[in-house]
Design a protein around this ligand. Sequence first.
Ligand SMILES: [Mn+2]
Length: 394
Amino acid sequence: MTGSPPFQPPDGGDTEANRALAREAQLPLTGWQQEVDRGLEFGLEAADSIRDRSIPTFSRGELPHYAGINTFLKAPYLEDVREVGNYDVAIVGVPHDSGTTYRPGTRFGPQGIRRISALYTPYNFELGVDLREQITLCDVGDIFTIPANNEKSFDQISRGVAHVFASGAFPIILGGDHSIGFPTVRGVCRHLGDKKVGIIHFDRHVDTQETDLDERMHTCPWFHATNMKNAPAKNLVQLGIGGWQVPRPGVKVCRDRATNILTVTDITEMGIDAAVEFALERALDGTDCVYISFDIDCIDAGFVPGTGWPEPGGLLPREALALLGKIVGRAPVCGLEIVEVSPPFDISDVTSLMATRVICDAMAHLVLSGQLPRRERPGYIHTEPQPDLGSDWV
Ligand SMILES: [Mn+2]
């Protein structure tokens, strides 16, 4: 990079690119400098032949992207989870795939996402956000799930999510199959008091049947989540549903409970902005916050081969990212999960990379909308847990 002339914008036109170039100049480099200083202190100064003296001997930060120990975006690993409330955002892995009804492997989702996330810088050009400069992020590692036992795993997941949520750190959950959608929302609901949450669910599948193969599998989270008094079914929005893998018992539940569904054709014909209005109007009707559950299979299977139930005909990545960004930018979001990434079926990490993109874009829009960093604790977080969630089967 040294020796190149100062950059001259080609013209002053009002393009996204020109706006991005201008915004980058406004971002600080404080976090970067701190990372360099820490690297030199803990990782020792480099060999004499290295001209760039910001490089340490032992890799201790973002660079090189192929090196290092993988947490999400190489964020600090928080061994003592009692300190999670000191961070704006906490990454929580949920390596659980015992709720899978076809091909397994999403127990490796958190690892796959963390590994490819090393490819990313914390800066996004068009959005003009540098996460390293604007928020504090930690990775609390994984919930201790119990293989072959959904119910025990659900109890662990709810307990872990409740802990992070109540701390005030924004929870970002790396699944895991979609059965975790019920215990994650249950963890949130335990600390909502009398407040309510709307769920915005990106998926090809409805995931609303009561049981599947006689258990609460990954086809079932929203039946059980919307049984809780804090998560009404009328505030469940389901985006991208369709195809040949939507079980009819689940469809009946959607009809009976009047959930809010848009197909891929609905979204493309009404346009992204109208779909965003549809989602926000319904998810926020009488609620205090929104939980985002993003099943990677809402995106066309050609882009995300590494998933448990691939279904062609889904959203294009840029449609899904635009929907997500606009929703996150306008709703009071209380948490986000990304599910159904199955690295054993992935090709060149492309599915894990898409999940990384979803998470990073969501964080950027939380920053741009002023939701992060949190200047004060959101009013919907109720410190004391409530045992009664208003459902028999909770
Ligand atoms: Mn799905």
